[in-house]
Design a protein around this ligand. Structure first.
Ligand code: GDP
Ligand code: MG
Length: 178
């Protein structure tokens, strides 16, 4: 019997969570368009972008990316935002301990209310600002490890680890059973 036609073509809703200003929109723009705009405007409303990647085993993954201006902060709206999401990317800024605290909040929130098989990634962004670092890599690693998440530090400015982030998420997606 042939495998389902879509076994090698995955499609998944991805949401980004994290404090305002940590670089969520810049990560998406670097990933989708290969651009960094230091003067990027605050996201107005929700924006929706999609990007398809090919994994090493030739599986393709179409990410349907939901980026918001932060409406998800209001806890009543948050579940609407991540309902049906197969991937949650929780972002903090390595120069901001406060944003790391907020990341911890999102980890808890998703474990309570997210779908049980959601793939969660923890991202320490603005890694290019290493001279201003206030959150040690070890703290991110530890939080991720405790919660079964994948951890990576990125720079949306230099593009460092941006493709790696999405490749690693792709590898961790559940495959449809055959
Ligand atoms: P969002 O509110 O989480 O969507 O954050 P934005 O993507 O709008 O970025 C907020 C600010 O941080 C902007 O001024 C960006 O130029 C800046 N920024 C985003 N990512 C990086 C990064 O990796 N390195 C540096 N140095 N600045 C960044
Ligand atoms: Mg934004």
């Amino acid at each position: 019997n042939a495998a389902p036609a879509d076994a090698k073509n995955l499609r998944v809703k991805l949401v980004l969570l994290g404090d305002s200003g940590v670089g969520k929109s810049c990560i998406v723009l670097q990933f989708v368009r290969g651009q960094f705009d230091a003067t990027s405007k605050v996201t107005v409303g929700a924006s929706f972008l999609s990007q398809t990647i090919t994994l090493q085993d030739s599986t393709t993954v179409k990410f349907e990316i939901w980026d918001t201006a932060g409406q998800e902060r209001y806890s009543a709206l948050a579940p609407l935002y991540y309902r049906g999401a197969g991937v949650a990317v929780i972002v903090y800024d390595i120069t901001s301990p406060e944003s790391f605290k907020k990341a911890q909040y999102w980890v808890k929130e998703l474990q309570k209310h997210g779908s049980p098989d959601i793939v969660m990634a923890l991202v320490g962004n603005k890694a290019d600002l290493h001279e201003k670092r206030e959150v040690p890599s070890e703290d991110g690693m530890e939080l991720a490890e405790k919660n079964g998440m994948f951890f990576i530090e990125t720079s949306a400015k230099t593009a460092d680890n941006i493709n790696e982030l999405f490749q690693e998420i792709g590898k961790r997606l559940p495959r449809p059973s055959q």
